[in-house]
Write a protein that binds this ligand. Structure first.
Ligand SMILES: [Fe+2]
Ligand SMILES: [Fe+2]
Length: 93
């Protein structure tokens, strides 16, 4: 069950990050590289958990999934908000 939650987190973030990066690219957002680096680090972290779980090295716990959810919330409320003014300046809301 938790394995499924983790793969849903991976699928959702992949899609969301791609959309966001495309929008940043298209509107010439200056912080794109740093923002993309944060996205990529998260994707790698999720992949590593999946790999460890499949290898039986580590159990996926509710705490772990909660921590991933917290990262996403933190990112959305922090870095994602930082490009709001940029989008507004480009006439996108
Ligand atoms: Fe986002
Ligand atoms: Fe983001």
């Amino acid at each position: 069950m938790l394995e499924r939650v983790l793969s849903n987190v991976a699928a959702y973030t992949r899609e969301h990050f791609a959309t966001e990066e495309e929008l940043m690219q298209r509107t010439g957002f200056q912080e794109l590289a740093a923002h993309k680096a944060a996205h990529d680090a998260f994707v790698r972290r999720v992949q590593e958990f999946q790999r460890q779980h499949q290898a039986g090295e580590v159990g996926i716990t509710v705490e772990l999934v909660t921590a991933l959810g917290d990262w996403v919330r933190h990112h959305v409320l922090g870095m994602d908000r930082a490009y709001g003014p940029h989008l507004q300046a480009k006439g996108i809301r």
